[in-house]
Write a protein that binds this ligand. Structure first.
Ligand code: SAM
Length: 350
């Protein structure tokens, strides 16, 4: 039955939520054939190239209070920092000299980053480093703001929906946040021409296998160009400190289902996956992923972007150690590609 469903998924790139649930519940017996199918599909679209992005964590200040997140506003023990325009530019410059051609600017929702400041930094990076892509991951903003940032040259935007179940969403977030607004933001980003990334945590508190199964038809309808999937990892200064971390094995299974559901998707093996599975990057590739995002944040600030305990940050997680990452990928049969690495259906816009 599992093999038939995997075949059907390969042919139609979609199953019903019930069918996804069956696979998730029976994953022990079919994970190897699911991963093999995900690799075949990924290789058919992107080959064995793995796109490398430089991740710049620009601020640990956040106005939000997501219950799972270590940089939530209520965490008085969090160490706060923000990078100014020159520091962000210097990090991108370092990445450029390492050969990287995509910079991901990620941060808490920090009011310091007005549209004007962000537009200046985007224009400066795009002006000085023509041919590079800028990805933003700065949370929920007004449509007009996304529009200005796009006009300044931002190419992509990552905004995980966190869970496709609105009731679950409201148990993970404070009352002022809503699933509806998250979706509205994602729809705005798509309609403004961003390569748009959604995504969710695996094993977040109150999540069930039924909810996970429903993530896939949800993604199929949304059709994002990128999907970020990582295990929930608890942070000791949050209300979810005592909850168990999500499993690497279930995260890998969800990566493979996502690859088969959205064959063209850009799919990272996330830092959270590396945090719970020391071989997470390669295991992720072997389950159908094709992106990694080593850290380019100035080393003295890196520990302060503490979303969860034990966040991986050394070795091949650090952009300084690109040679180690390239060698790891090569040994596993992959080829690091430092280029822009756009979604396959997107024309290069420079
Ligand atoms: N503020 C922006 C946003 O909300 O999109 C970007 C930064 S936010 C910290 C990036 C992602 O980190 C979130 O989408 C969430 O899925 C993930 N994250 C936060 N806390 C986490 C935790 N405890 N375990 C795993 N992932 C977590």
């Amino acid at each position: 039955m599992c093999e038939e469903l995997i075949d059907k998924l390969c042919k139609n790139a979609c199953l019903s939520a019930q069918e996804y649930l069956f696979l998730i519940q029976n994953r022990q017996s079919c994970s190897e054939s699911l991963y093999a199918a995900a690799r075949r599909v990924r290789d058919g679209v992107y080959g064995r190239k793995v796109y490398i992005r430089g991740l710049i964590e620009i601020s640990s200040f956040c106005r939000n209070d997501c219950l799972y997140c270590g940089i939530r506003r209520s965490n008085k023990a969090a160490q706060r920092y923000r990078l100014d325009e020159n520091e962000i530019f210097a990090a991108a410059e370092k990445g450029y000299s390492l050969g990287l051609r995509t910079f991901v600017l990620q941060g808490g929702e920090d009011a310091y980053y007005t549209d004007e400041r962000l537009c200046n930094i985007i224009r400066r990076i795009k002006g000085e480093f023509p041919g590079c892509a800028v990805t933003l991951s700065l949370g929920e903003r007004q449509r007009e703001s996304y529009e200005r940032l796009r006009a300044a040259g931002a190419d992509r935007y990552l905004l995980r929906h966190e869970t496709a179940n609105p009731a679950h969403y409201s148990r993970l977030h404070p009352p002022r946040m809503s699933f509806e607004n998250r979706l509205r933001c994602l729809e705005s980003l798509k309609s403004l021409g961003y390569q748009t990334g959604a995504g969710f945590m695996v094993g977040s508190p109150f999540q069930t296998e039924e909810m996970l199964a429903r993530e896939l038809p949800f993604l199929k309808r949304l059709e994002p160009q990128m999907v970020g999937i990582g295990p929930f990892v608890p942070h000791c200064e949050t209300p979810f400190a005592a909850y168990a971390q999500g499993s690497a094995e279930l995260t890998l299974f969800m990566l493979a289902l996502t690859r088969l559901t959205l064959p063209d998707v850009l799919l990272p093996a996330t830092t959270a996956l590396s945090t719970v599975d020391g071989n997470g990057r390669i295991d992720g590739m072997n389950a159908g992923a094709n992106v990694v995002m080593p850290n380019l944040t100035p080393p003295k600030q890196r520990k302060k972007f503490s979303l969860y305990n034990g966040k991986a940050g050394s070795g091949a997680e650090a952009a300084e150690n690109l040679a180690e990452l390239k060698a790891q990928l090569k040994a596993a049969g992959y080829e690091a590609d430092l280029g822009r690495g756009d979604h396959i259906l997107r024309n290069h816009q420079g």
